[in-house]
Design a protein around this ligand. Structure first.
Ligand SMILES: NC(=O)c1ccc[n+]([C@@H]2O[C@H](COP(=O)([O-])OP(=O)(O)OC[C@H]3O[C@@H](n4cnc5c(N)ncnc54)[C@H](O)[C@@H]3O)[C@@H](O)[C@H]2O)c1
Length: 251
């Protein structure tokens, strides 16, 4: 029996990378999954992987910056599976632009819309539903860039610091109402998001070398921590900001 047997989980950004690995890993542990993503192709593929492994999942096209979409994704969990126990709010974008160039304002708008407001809207509608059951568990994907700054990614850094702040504040607000909220802060992970930088061997090498373990993570190495945070094994954890970064933030 899996450690998430009988649970229903919603994963945003589940059509790719870390979100897909998390959705697949939670399904393997017995959870039924709502795969929420902007892109249908990626979402359908994640559902296919889960079903092929004997799990249950459905795709809901969701833009996490739109309240109506997030509400509908939560409603789909309830109509298909009867409840919502777990949410992994993971959808995110890099949104990079040099501060002194024209695209700077648009970069911040996009980063905050997806990485901060998307997390806020997700938690709002997930918690509303979880309070109707007997509570729930939320894991947000922040980043090492939510703990320190780097890579010239000021807009991303600001948005991930916001995701960390949201995690702590909402965790405290609902700590006595059966809701736990924690965040993972991945270091460099091999996903489509980092593919452009990993395509240059020198940049890839330099990025890997910034992590004491000297390598990128596989998405499954982040997903394993998400599953654990979503399970009762972490029952006394809330408001925790958990680096999963090969030692990046230890130095
Ligand atoms: N890859 C890394 O090195 C790394 C490091 C730290 C944190 N993260 C974070 O991990 C999360 C997942 O990133 P990934 O590396 O798997 O990237 P990815 O690009 O492979 O996956 C991101 C997914 O989010 C979806 N998405 C984007 N905007 C969305 C929106 N508005 N609504 C719904 N879905 C949306 C995309 O369609 C995609 O499927 C992000 O929050 C990212 O910031 C990634």
């Amino acid at each position: 029996m899996g450690i998430l047997e009988g649970k229903v989980a919603l994963v945003t950004g589940a059509g790719s990378g870390i979100g897909r690995a998390s959705a697949v890993a939670m399904a393997r542990e017995g959870a039924r999954i709502v795969v929420a993503d902007l892109t249908e192709e990626g979402g359908d593929e994640t559902v296919r992987l889960i079903v092929a492994a004997g799990g249950e999942a459905l795709f809901v096209r969701t833009d996490v910056t739109r309240a109506a979409d997030v509400k509908a994704a939560v409603a789909s969990a309830v109509s298909a599976f009867g409840r919502l126990d777990i949410a992994h709010n993971n959808a995110g974008v890099l949104a990079a632009a040099p501060l002194l160039e024209d695209g700077a304002e648009a970069a911040l708008d996009l980063a905050l819309a997806v990485n901060a407001k998307g997390v806020m809207l997700s938690m709002k509608y997930e918690i509303e539903q979880m309070l109707r059951n007997d509570g729930g568990v939320i894991v947000n994907t922040a980043s090492t860039m939510g703990m320190v700054a780097g890579f010239g990614q000021w807009a991303y850094v600001a948005s991930k610091h916001a995701a960390v702040g949201l995690t702590k504040a909402v965790a405290i607000e609902f700590a006595q109402r059966g809701i736990r909220v924690n965040a993972v802060c991945p270091g460099a992970v091999t996903t489509p998001m980092t593919a452009p930088l990993a395509a240059d061997p020198d940049v890839r090498e330099a990025t890997a070398a910034m992590h004491p373990m000297g390598r990128f993570a596989a998405p499954e190495e982040i997903a394993a921590v998400v599953v654990w945070l979503a399970s009762d094994a972490s029952s006394y954890m809330t408001g925790a900001i958990v680096p999963v970064d090969g030692g990046f933030t230890a130095g």
